[in-house]
Each structure stands twice: as structure tokens, then as C-alpha cells.
Design a protein around this ligand. Sequence first.
Ligand code: M1P
Length: 259
Amino acid sequence: MSADIPAPITAFADREFPDTICLFDVDGTLSPARLQISESMEKTLQELRKKCVIGFVGGSDLSKQVEQLGPSVLQNFDYCFSENGLKAFKLGEELASQSFIGYLGEDRYKKLVNFCLHYIADMDIPVKRGTFIEFRNGMINVSPIGRNCSHPERNEFEKFDLEHKLREKFVAALQNEFPDFGLTFSIGGQISFDVFPTGWDKTYCLRHIKPENFKTIHFFGDKTFKGGNDYEIYVHPDVTGHAVNSPVDTERILRELFF
Ligand code: M1P
């Protein structure tokens, strides 16, 4: 949030609804995909934080979330969950995290990466850039065009993929090749898919908030359909899920619920 807006630092118990937490997906929910949060959304969240506890849970790593939600993100949210909560912060303090490589082991990891790189090399797509596999703490992110593409190139890829189902076919090939690796392949954004151990989806973050015993857990996300990366948390029995179609829609629902 911008420097001229002081972030509230009240204890959870002093919020108007101390037993309620609002968790938000990032891309398409708090900000447009891979773009910055609006001033209006920042103000809404600041007001919301006076009423209840707030957090975000995104598939991306923290550096991308800082780009999108601002450099003070760890101060402006009570909970910050990067990589589905595999990297987690409460009130700016880091919580215990999980490692993808620790789960999979170097040998199986190498087989997976080699398969992906061969598959991408054989793909005939209009544009290829760089960083086809991004290695993160709790997952890997695989992109046929490469994460270094420009914004117009990412939009073009998304359209091309919608027509040719490149990522869907890639995921099917991976599921066929590695049925016993216990992995989930999740298409959450425009140009890539995330690969993580089954169960390490966005519901993973719920274990970090369990000690607070929140009575109401709201979740807002735009990929809440089956196969989307918000689906599992959206349908979780402990969660009240809200499907949104844009950040503006998120603000509309928040106004209805809290203001
Ligand atoms: O937050 C959704 C997804 O955002 C990015 O996806 P893409 O670059 O394909 O638009 C990635 O950071 C991905 O990991 C994440 O799930």
C-alpha cells in the first residue's frame, strides 16, 4: 500500500470481527494478472483490515507478489502466503516452509525436468523466450513460451493456448509419464502451470491459520472452477468461497459483506 497510507497494526482481537479472516488469491482477484494492485483496492483492504484479519494466498513466489502488491506487502497483510502457503508469513514473521526438492528427491526431480525440457524443445509455437522452468521453494513453474516473455507476448500466448490446448496436453503427457510421483499440475495463470506435491495446493495455507481458530474463513478467487488453482480452497468445507471475475468484482463483494 502507498507510503502515505498508514497500515493499521491492531491486534486480531481488536478487529470488529476478530473471528473472521479474508483470504485472497492475487492474480485476477486483488490485481489484474501479473500487474499492480489499484489504489482503490489498497484502500479497501486497509479499511477491511480494521474489521477482520486479512491475508493473500497466491501460486506465485514472493518476489512477484511484491511487484504486484507493493514493497510493504509483509506489513500490509496479516498473513502472506506465497507458493500456496509453502512460504508463509504472519505479521511479517516467516513461518515454517516446505521444499519441493526435499519431497521429490534429486533423481526424480531430474527426470521430471529433463522430460519437460525435451517436451518444450519439441513444441512448435510461434514464440519462445527464456526461463522455461522456474525452480521455487515449494514447487516448479513450467512455461512453454518462457517466463521472460513480454506482456504482449504473454497475452498472445494465452490466446494461442486457449485455441490449441498446449498446456492441457503438456499436463496430460506429464501425468501419463509420472503417474507415481504424487504430483499435481495446476494451470493457474496465462503462460505456465505449477507442479507441486498433491495436497500442496492453496488449502495448504489453512494449516498456518488453524491455531487462531477463525470461525469464518472467506476466500476470494477467480480460478474457482474444477482444475483451476483456486478450486480446492474454494470448495473446502471450512471455507466460505467467493468466485470473482476481476479485482473490481472482489471489491464489490467486500462492500456487500463488510461495508
Ligand atoms: O497466481 C497465478 C499464477 O501466476 C503466474 O502464472 P503465469 O505467469 O502463467 O500467468 C505464476 O506465477 C504461477 O505460478 C501462478 O500460479
